[in-house]
Design a protein around this ligand. Structure first.
Ligand code: FNR
Length: 190
């Protein structure tokens, strides 16, 4: 069976981002037959529709990596009850121009870590809504919402909370299964 290539998108630019740490933990937890590579969003400019027909090189490279992946794993922080502007901005870039979205039909999954008690639940539901516009088939369960993140990672950023590690492992297994049954079809909508 072909190896499933997952692209993990780090939704926070913060140096010691819990979401980045969580995605790094996920790299240790991918099932056999799959690989998880991470991409950070540093340097992606603010989206301007005037530039969508000739996007900057960094955006073209971002789109290339999405298109080359078999599946996407979003690691989203929660900012003011929603996803980060950085992540939304990157999603917007890669969805354009009309008819050339890199996200279309791409299997995806979401996880998120926050220092709050709801573990990015509100951000994740906003993100799910956005991805409906891209017709991405998404893993519904399990939902990996890492609350009180400061207590679940050690000083070196290692995810030490075993139940959370098991949860991530299940999410990855579900994502790989989804990718195997619904490879990107490249139909086209807005
Ligand atoms: C936050 N944080 C936060 N946490 C939460 O659970 N719900 C929220 O609505 C918010 N809102 C919010 C807004 C802004 C502007 C910031 C900077 C932070 C706290 C957030 O969970 C915490 O900073 C995380 O550490 C952010 O994720 P990373 O950067 O660690 O991945």
């Amino acid at each position: 069976m072909n190896e499933i290539n997952i692209l993990g998108i780090v939704g926070s630019l913060r140096k010691d981002s819990y979401n980045h740490f969580a995605l790094k933990a996920a790299q240790e937890l991918v099932p056999e037959g799959a690989v998880l590579n991470l991409i950070e969003l540093h340097g992606i400019p603010v989206f301007n529709q005037d530039d969508e027909m000739a996007p900057p090189a960094i955006v073209l490279e971002f789109k290339r990596q999405i298109l080359a992946a078999d599946a996407i794993l979003f690691g989203t922080p929660e900012y003011n009850y929603s996803l980060s502007g950085v992540l939304k901005n990157a999603i917007d870039w890669a969805s354009r121009p009309f008819g050339e979205s890199a996200w279309l039909d791409k299997p995806g999954a979401i996880m998120g870590a926050s220092t709050g008690s709801l573990g990015t639940a509100r951000a994740q539901y906003h993100l799910r809504q956005i991805l409906v516009a891209q017709n991405m088939p998404m893993v519904n369960q399990p939902e990996v919402m890492i609350s009180n993140a400061a207590q679940r990672f050690d000083q070196k950023g290692r995810l030490t909370d075993e139940p959370t590690r098991q949860h991530i492992q299940k999410l990855l297994a579900a994502l790989v299964q989804l990718a195997r049954i619904s490879p990107p079809m490249k139909s086209q909508t807005g």
